[in-house]
Design a protein around this ligand. Structure first.
Ligand SMILES: [Zn+2]
Ligand SMILES: [Zn+2]
Length: 132
C-alpha cells in the first residue's frame, strides 16, 4: 500500500511530489532483492555498513516522507534494517532539502493544505494516487 500526492503553487508553480508507504506485495522476495541493493551500496555507505555489521538482518524497503523547517516536503525510497530479534539496526537515512539544504525530518503524513516553501502562497492539491 502506498500513496502519492502532488501539490503545485498557484503563484510560482513550484511543485511537490511525494510518495509514501511501502509496496510490499511479496515481502520475502522483496527482502532478498532489497538486501542485495543494500550490499551493492544503492542505499548509501551507512546502510551497507549496518548490514555488514549485522549480516543476518532483514531489509525492508519503503518510501519515507520528509519535512523541512522551511516548509518543503520530499519523499525518498529508503531501507529499514532490522536484526533477527526485530530490533532496529542503527541506521538513519539522511535527506536534505533541495531548497535550503538543511536536514529534513521524517514525518508520517502530509497535510491537506500546504503553503509554498518558495513564495508562501497556498498550493493546490493537484494529484492523489493510491496503489496496493
Ligand atoms: Zn510558490
Ligand atoms: Zn528547506
Amino acid at each position: 500500500m502506498g500513496n502519492g500526492e502532488g501539490f503545485q503553487c498557484r503563484e510560482c508553480g513550484y511543485r511537490i511530489d511525494v510518495w509514501y508507504g511501502g509496496g510490499m506485495i511479496d515481502p520475502f522476495k522483496m527482502m532478498s532483492k532489497t538486501k542485495k541493493k543494500v550490499e551493492d551500496g544503492e542505499y548509501g555507505p551507512w546502510a551497507r555498513k549496518a548490514l555488514e555489521n549485522h549480516p543476518d538482518a532483514s531489509c525492508y524497503h519503503r518510501n519515507a516522507l520528509f519535512k523541512c523547517i522551511c516548509g518543503n516536503y520530499a519523499s525518498k525510497s529508503i531501507v529499514s534494517i532490522r536484526g533477527i530479534q526485530g530490533d532496529a539496526v542503527s541506521y538513519r537515512p539522511i535527506m536534505r532539502c533541495k531548497l535550503c539544504h538543511r536536514k529534513m525530518k521524517e514525518v508520517s503524513f502530509i497535510p491537506d493544505e500546504l503553503d509554498c516553501p518558495r513564495c508562501g502562497e497556498s498550493m493546490d492539491h493537484v494529484d492523489s494516487i493510491l496503489w496496493d
